[in-house]
Design a protein around this ligand. Structure first.
Ligand SMILES: [Zn+2]
Length: 369
């Protein structure tokens, strides 16, 4: 019963976070919400110059290593580049937006005063498409957004200007088998896990000092956590970002991660698309995670993948080298407007990280040699 209650609470929080518009650089609404939520649990909650929200949970033994656990508050989306005289909006991508899902898609268009308006990516009427156009995904440069306005003056009258943010429509749907589908589970799931951890830390004494941090700008430059570290100087860090599952017909055989089969951990990631960076898991953290998994009976799913990185790539270079581990709730269709995750995995991610933290004691060593 208690587990069902926890799952219901996680689900409600996940939905709330998924629906908050929070493009990289425009995280304020999310940051304020996360700040208020963490205040219920933390000794101290503060923000830094970059906009990261840091909740501190002092440990009972200052001689054991401290840890920062973080998830990013921002999302991918778009920035307005041009307003046409007849009131359409041209945009560019912010972060890794897949262009092939955009035409006919609903969006929220932000204004300078913070309000959001409904819009849609236009698409040439199906009946007017040539055979070649039917096969093709148009690039962002030829797309446009329609908010129903009839002139540039009307658009500007709402406070919508060049540089304003645009995000996917809020969407949330419950699928079979505890699976949730919708916009921006990336990284609403990680933030939800931070709250689950915060609640546990507020109830149970722990030796290690813990910083639970909501970070900014991950989808833009992956360096928000690096700036938070300059404030807290943690001895190690966990980045809560789930691996992309390889259990759909199009990805079978590429990795062993499946939805519903447990928490994912990245042994290796590497961007490799023009950015020579990634993270290789530090062995002491992996060994401690394996021990925590065994103790809780929570399965971990290993992934080693090229094509992505997280803030860990840059955070690991701070303070003479911070051991970082990427782990979290696996997802499908990442960066699409319909990401899918499994609530059972989400719940177990929190439980596993809580065990990891509780197990940090004097014997725990970060030495690699
Ligand atoms: Zn992402």
């Amino acid at each position: 019963m208690e587990r069902d209650e926890l799952k219901a609470r996680l689900k409600a929080r996940l939905k709330e976070y998924m629906e908050i518009p929070r493009l990289s650089g425009y995280e304020e609404k999310m940051a304020r919400k996360f700040y208020e939520d963490m205040k219920q649990y933390a000794h101290k909650v503060e923000t830094d110059q970059a906009g990261n929200v840091i909740a501190s949970f002092p440990g009972t033994d200052s001689s054991v290593p401290s840890i920062m656990v973080f998830a990013h508050m921002d999302t991918i989306g778009f920035v307005i580049t041009c307003i046409t005289p007849d009131g359409f909006l041209k945009v560019d991508r912010v972060g890794g937006v897949p262009e092939k899902v955009l035409q006919g898609l609903g969006v929220r268009v932000g204004s300078e005063n913070g309000s959001y308006y409904s819009g849609v990516f236009g698409m040439k009427s199906y009946h007017a498409l040539t055979p070649a156009e039917k096969e093709r995904a148009d690039g962002i440069g030829s797309l446009f957004i329609d908010i129903g306005a009839v002139s540039a003056e009307e658009v500007r009258g709402l406070g919508i200007e060049v540089g304003c943010p645009v995000v996917y429509d809020a969407f949330y749907k419950e699928l079979l088998n505890d699976r949730i589908c919708g916009s921006y589970t990336d990284d609403a799931s990680g933030l939800t896990t931070l709250c689950q951890i915060g609640e546990a830390l507020s109830r149970t004494p722990h030796k290690a000092t813990v910083y639970l941090t909501g970070t900014v700008m991950e989808e833009y430059n992956a360096r928000g956590a690096m700036l938070a570290q300059r404030k807290v100087h943690a001895d190690m860090a966990i980045c809560l970002l789930g691996a992309g599952a390889g259990d759909t017909p199009d990805l079978k055989g590429t990795n062993n991660v499946a939805l519903g089969d447990g928490v994912s951990v990245n042994l290796f990631n590497f961007h490799g698309k023009g950015t020579l960076n990634g993270n290789i898991i530090p062995r002491p953290m992996l060994e401690h995670l394996k021990k925590s998994a065994k103790k809780t009976g929570i399965p971990i799913q290993r992934q080693a993948a090229r094509g992505a990185l997280s803030d860990s790539a840059y955070l690991q270079l701070e303070d003479g080298g911070i051991p970082c581990m990427d782990m979290g709730t696996p997802d499908r269709y990442s960066h699409s407007p319909m990401e899918v995750l499994d609530l059972k995995d989400l719940q177990r991610t929190g439980e596993l990280v809580i065990e990891f933290i509780m197990g940090i004691d004097k014997e725990f060593s970060l030495n690699r040699f």
